[in-house]
Design a protein around this ligand. Structure first.
Ligand SMILES: Nc1ncnc2c1ncn2[C@@H]1O[C@H](COP(=O)(O)OP(=O)(O)OP(=O)(O)O)[C@@H](O)[C@H]1O
Ligand SMILES: [Mg+2]
Length: 499
């Protein structure tokens, strides 16, 4: 191989005396795609944030092109051609696409902003990324996948030669992942080095040249991708064998606990009908924009319905707000945890009991009970944090997601709707969550799982509804729950009428 473009030597990182990276030494080569793997909290984001100037290292050194460099800030990194797309996006919702792309990098005419030059350049960049996204679209109206495109465009404005991406595909559907893969190939051909973090072992195997695996802040191995298979990856990440990711499916009853009839929202959902049985896991598959999240939001009272009846245990209920839904013992874990769920400057117990708070109040909030409940969730989902009282902002992305899940679990719902529940969660905890979902169903809880990871929908569900363009295209059960069938419906190649 050629000279390394970057040499990382003995990097140590401590947060208030707690060591989270232990002497990491790693070479990075020009034009390679390097995957970084590890469990939640292993130190992946921290390492890459040090390279990109978001965090400063405690000790150690970094060379770029053979010369020792000091990366103290994101602008230092930018000067060296290093850009990072964060795990949690950094866009300003009230601004439009091109304003965000050029934020801090504005093209000016003297003192004035040259808006048309920025708009044109943004248009070119987006076209190059093969997206239809308009430079004038407002960020707040964009989907997660579109926001990511803006982040990528923003990084490319600077002609970065080392592009660091923290779980870029976590928020994308299969189709979008394909586009993303093509984009990576393209950038690679231009000689751009890509370092990316992922929890999806299959895609890492497909996309990367080499894989670095971290465990508890140590670099466990760096392998050529041809030299390692998915089992090896999982084993190295977790430090032991990992078997049976998906639990045995439990029996469920015929009793209908939730029935949704003729649900429509103009321009979004068309005549949605489905039911959910006691103890059942009902999967919702489909591509982004198929209407799965919108369906869940309508059921939960987060979205106004134009028509539709919701029945719970055979009784028609009126749900016009989330509080109505919670009163019906419904819980919803939304796909966008950053926007709807967590309070970053609250600690773990306070976040977990955010909704279930009423059950902790006897005159005063019973902090002891709150803490002990939180401790149980920390144990069950292996939530890694310096302390129970760490602010959520200081937890790794995956660990934040686990807190989010705990929060909804703590409302002790009868019906639980999970929208992309394991996004950003490592393989070991995924397994814990899957088994936990099934243990809930054994206790009679009914669960709807919306997921863009086909494998997850197939592995968990008793039945699967496939949506496309705001409609339910098909319902699958038993052996019909397979990738081919789901894709046929999701792509519109097959409809219920033809089945
Ligand atoms: N700003 C911070 N203050 C204190 N601790 C932090 C901070 N940022 C990260 N940590 C801790 O450092 C450790 C590594 O976190 P990091 O975000 O690097 O994990 P990760 O491998 O990216 O995990 P994930 O897959 O969940 O994103 C965690 O224990 C985390 O709690
Ligand atoms: Mg991370």
């Amino acid at each position: 191989m050629n000279e390394p473009v970057m040499q990382i030597r003995s990097i140590v990182k401590e947060f208030s005396g707690v060591r989270v990276l232990h002497k990491i030494t790693l070479d990075i080569f020009a034009g390679e795609v390097l995957g970084v793997l590890g469990e939640n909290g292993a130190g992946k984001s921290t390492l890459l944030k040090i390279i990109s100037g978001i965090y400063t290292k405690t000790t150690g050194s970094i060379k770029v092109d053979g010369t020792e460099v000091s990366i103290q800030s994101a602008s230092d990194a930018k000067r060296l051609g290093i850009a990072m797309i964060p795990q949690e996006f950094n866009l300003i919702s009230s601004l439009n696409v091109f304003e965000n792309i050029f934020l801090g990098n504005e093209i000016k005419n003297g003192f004035l902003l040259n808006k048309s030059a920025m708009r044109n350049r943004a248009y070119e960049l987006l076209k190059d990324l093969e997206t239809d996204l308009s430079p004038d679209a407002l960020i707040e109206n964009l989907s997660v996948a579109e926001k990511q495109m803006v982040e990528i465009a923003k990084a490319l404005v600077n002609d970065s030669r080392i592009l660091i991406m923290d779980e870029p595909t976590t928020v994308l559907t299969d189709h979008e992942v394909d586009i993303f893969f093509a984009l990576v190939e393209k950038l690679k051909k231009r000689g751009v080095t890509i370092i990316f973090i992922s929890h999806k072992l299959k895609e890492v195997k497909h996309l990367c040249d080499r894989l670095a695996i971290l465990r508890d802040g140590h670099l466990v191995s760096v392998d050529d991708v041809t030299q390692i298979n998915e089992e090896d990856m999982a084993r190295k990440m977790v430090g032991r064998e990992l078997n049976q990711i998906y639990p045995q499916r439990t029996e469920y009853s015929d009793e209908v606990v939730l029935k949704v009839s003729n649900l429509s929202i103009k321009g979004i959902l068309q005549d949605i009908n489905f039911d959910l049985k006691k103890g059942e896991v009902l999967g919702f598959a489909g591509l982004i924009g198929a209407g799965r999240t919108e369906t869940a939001e309508a059921v939960m009272g987060l979205r106004k319905k134009d028509s539709g009846v919701v029945e719970i245990n055979g009784k028609v209920v009126t749900i016009n707000a989330i509080a109505d839904a919670v009163a019906c013992n419904l819980a919803y874990l939304s796909e966008d945890r950053q926007g709807k769920g967590l309070i970053m400057n609250f600690d773990i117990p306070k976040n977990i009991t955010l909704i279930s708070l009423a059950s902790y109040v006897k005159g005063l909030i019973q902090h002891k009970k709150e803490n002990s409940v939180a401790r149980d969730y920390v144990k069950r989902f292996d939530i890694k944090a310096a302390s129970l009282h760490s602010n959520l902002a200081n937890l790794s992305g995956g660990n934040q997601q686990k807190v989010y899940l705990s929060k909804w679990m703590d409302t002790q719902p009868d019906i639980l709707i999970l929208d992309e529940p394991t996004r950003g969660i490592d393989v070991n905890t995924k397994k814990e969550i899957y088994h936990f979902i099934h243990s809930l169903t054994e206790q009679g809880v009914s669960v709807i799982v919306i997921s863009s990871e086909l494998e997850e929908v197939m592995g968990l569900s008793h039945r699967v509804m496939v949506m496309r363009s705001g409609q339910i295209m098909g319902e699958l059960s038993g052996d019909a729950i397979n990738e081919k069938e789901i894709m046929y419906y999701a792509a519109g190649l097959k409809t219920m009428a033809q089945a």
